[in-house]
Ligand binder design. Structure first.
Ligand code: NAG
Ligand code: NAG
Ligand code: NAG
Ligand code: NAG
Ligand code: NAG
Length: 382
């Protein structure tokens, strides 16, 4: 009898080692979608049901409607809530204001709704440089207010946009955070994120960089594999196959220069516009949007990470779920649209946004294998 127990514990140990090694060698980021404007013709419950049905693991809500947060109760969908920029100053000046926001957007729903991250503002620096001094005090107030409510598992950060943040994005290894933003905001923020186990949040829009830089080939921005679609970083000797990785490695290089390359990176926005905001935007169309999103999801699900970070980024949110509705655009009649779903909740593109099939397949296979092994051992013992 003793030897049977021993055999079992040995087998258990072996299986445990296999499981752990499998789960630590895969590095597929959590794939999510941003909801910014949601159509009046659908309800929060229908939106949450569509997300769950498609097995989308995470949702980022900008200036969230509490009813939409409530709709994700009792689902495992991970929520990233973004507080509007207009509240940053008041959150910075008085912690009671932070508590008020939490009492309306977090306390009634948490933990039934899986709120994981709160971003204090979004691209605050581009919207108003006057707010630079308020970002960190506002983050600290939200963080402390959460702790006062006994909530320790929600991390707090803020969202940057790459273009005003970095000195340059190419070559990636030469990127540094722009001054004075670096001294005023980024460096103290990185220290806070490190202490609080939080993440660095950044929007990565290859479309914007492509439009600013005539040397970038369209296929390189759209994840198209071709002998001509590459860029070499001569300092590191790394060859980049797509602009998305190039931009992420630029952020990672800047974080490394600042001494904080181990803070997890969340890509809060990425996408490609499916219709132009001005007459000059020839490359904003559904064909290219679909190429970008298919290339992106295939790349992320491959789990290869980026040249500078083999385990990749931790989460990626596609921008965005719905088009803006009529009336929210320009007087010119043109509105840049990014939506990947129609208001009736059918998908515009054939995209698989579910959690990595690669991981679940290999784990499924492993489970079957383990059961077979277990039965074989049992057979031997009997
Ligand atoms: C909540 O989301 C996180 C990812 O941010 C995930 O790891 C966790 O399993 C989710 N929790 C529940 C209870 O589903
Ligand atoms: C912060 O706000 C609360 C509630 O509005 C108020 O009672 C308190 O006096 C304010 N504190 C400061 C320092 O302004
Ligand atoms: C951060 O994580 C470490 C290790 O998991 C833990 O010891 C520490 O208490 C955490 N810090 C905070 C502020 O949650
Ligand atoms: C409105 O037009 C301006 C200038 O043409 C452009 O920069 C902006 O992105 C447009 N806004 C929208 C919502 O499309
Ligand atoms: C949803 O809306 C799109 C665009 O208006 C339309 O092409 C599609 O047929 C609709 N699907 C359903 C199931 O109603």
């Amino acid at each position: 009898m003793a030897s049977i127990t021993q055999d079992f514990s040995l087998l258990f140990l072996v299986l445990l080692i296999i499981f752990t090694s499998i789960s630590s060698t895969t590095s597929t980021p959590i794939l999510g979608v941003t909801i910014h404007h949601h159509p009046q013709s659908t309800t929060p419950e229908h939106i949450a049901a569509a997300i769950t049905r498609r097995k989308i693991a995470a949702v980022r809500l900008i200036d969230p409607d509490p009813n939409l947060i409530r709709a994700f109760s009792y689902s495992s969908v991970s929520l990233l809530l973004s507080i509007p920029n207009t509240l940053v100053s008041s959150l910075a000046s008085n912690r009671s204001n932070a508590a008020v926001w939490l009492y309306t957007h977090v306390v009634p729903f948490y933990p039934r709704a899986n709120i994981s991250v709160i971003s204090v503002g979004s691209d605050v620096l581009s919207s108003s440089s006057d707010l630079a001094d308020d970002i960190l005090p506002a983050i600290r107030n939200v963080h402390v207010a959460l702790h006062e409510l006994g909530i320790r598992k929600i991390s707090v950060s803020t969202t940057f946009s790459l273009i005003p943040l970095l000195t340059s994005a190419f070559p990636p290894s030469s990127a540094e955070f722009e001054e004075p933003v670096n001294d005023v905001v980024v460096r103290p923020l990185l220290e806070f994120l490190d202490e609080a186990n939080s993440s660095f949040l950044v929007n990565i829009h290859p479309y914007d960089l492509y439009r600013l830089n005539y040397e970038i080939v369209l296929g390189f921005a759209l994840f198209q594999e071709s002998p001509y679609n590459f860029m070499d970083d001569s300092t590191t000797g790394v060859r980049y196959q797509n602009l998305f990785d190039t931009m992420i490695d630029a952020v990672l290089s800047a974080m490394a220069v600042a001494g904080h390359e181990n803070i997890p990176l969340i890509i809060t926005e990425t996408g490609w516009p499916s219709s132009p905001g001005t007459n000059e935007e020839n490359n904003a169309n559904q064909v290219f949007a679909e190429m970008y999103l298919k290339g992106l999801t295939k790349h992320l699900k491959s789990g290869v990470g980026t040249p500078l970070k083999k385990d990749g980024v931790s989460e990626v949110y596609i921008y965005e779920m719905f088009d803006r509705e009529r009336g929210q655009g320009n007087s010119s009649g043109l509105t840049r649209q990014w939506g990947i779903f129609y208001p009736n909740l059918t998908s515009k593109y054939e995209l698989d946004l579910s959690g990595s099939s690669r991981i679940s397949e290999s784990k499924g296979l492993l489970t079957i294998l383990s059961v077979c092994l277990m039965m074989a051992v049992l057979d031997l013992l009997v």
